[in-house]
Design a protein around this ligand. Structure first.
Ligand code: DC
Length: 224
């Protein structure tokens, strides 16, 4: 019997997914996987190669060829053997990643890699389409949201980049693109639990998710 447990955390940029997903994974001893980092890694490669992130064929080739690895127990990401943990966090890469991630061939390639990562053990994976597309049978699905102003505030605090209005505008633009793209748009899976973190502390969000996990684990059902 397959007892792998997948916890899917989806939601818009700046809702607090990464911090919470990492903490939940730590608490449960699961592997944390940041699927957005994979789209970012492809975008970084494109920028370095001076390729257009909207160029379907080239981006598909990069996504298929990219060797993306996560260092277990840390947030380090490697692209083709190089540590790109910091390099993928710039504003330029954020914007290019949003464009790259709308390309169906790129998504196909990365979703395949994500599913393979999920086969290897218990994981907490965060992104936009984890509960809706990548792991539709995930044991626990959370859609983590927060008010756009609060998401912009958190991003500024987290990255120390730019002013809040500019960040808010960029987040709005990325959200719009992520929600309206034809391929795997950001949507709440019908069976996902909606969590609004605007007025919650990280501890409260973590506790709410752990409660869902405990409830799911104790009802004797099988897990994906
Ligand atoms: O979560 P993030 O900001 O690091 O994601 C970077 C971009 O990748 C963002 O524009 C949304 C996209 N993305 C996606 O389309 N699907 C995912 N599963 C994760 C991220």
């Amino acid at each position: 019997m397959d007892r792998r447990i997948i916890i899917a955390i989806d939601g818009p940029a700046g809702a607090g997914k990464s911090t919470i997903a990492r903490r939940v994974a730590e608490r449960l001893g699961f592997t944390y996987i940041d699927s957005g980092a994979m789209y970012r890694a492809v975008a970084l490669w494109a920028i370095r190669e001076k390729l257009d992130p909207a160029g379907t064929r080239h981006m598909e080739e990069l996504a298929k060829a990219a060797a993306i690895e996560f260092e277990p127990g840390s947030s380090s990401v490697r692209l083709n053997g190089e540590d790109v943990t910091a390099a993928i966090r710039t504003l330029g890469v954020s914007n290019a990643a949003s464009i790259v991630s709308a390309i169906p061939g790129v998504r196909r390639a990365l979703v395949e890699t994500q599913r393979k990562m999920g086969e290897e053990g218990n994981v907490v994976m965060e992104g936009r389409d984890i509960g809706s597309v990548v792991f539709p049978n995930a044991a626990v699905k959370v859609f983590l949201d927060a008010h756009p102003d609060e998401r912009a505030r958190r991003r500024v605090e987290q990255t120390g980049e730019g002013d809040r209005d500019a960040i808010a505008a960029q987040i709005g633009e990325r959200d719009q693109r992520d929600r309206t793209r034809p391929e795997s748009p950001l949507v709440q899976a019908p069976d996902a639990v909606y969590l609004d973190s605007t007025a919650l502390s990280q501890d409260e969000v973590e506790e709410a998710i752990l409660k869902l996990v405990r409830a799911r684990m104790s009802n004797g059902k099988e897990y994906q």
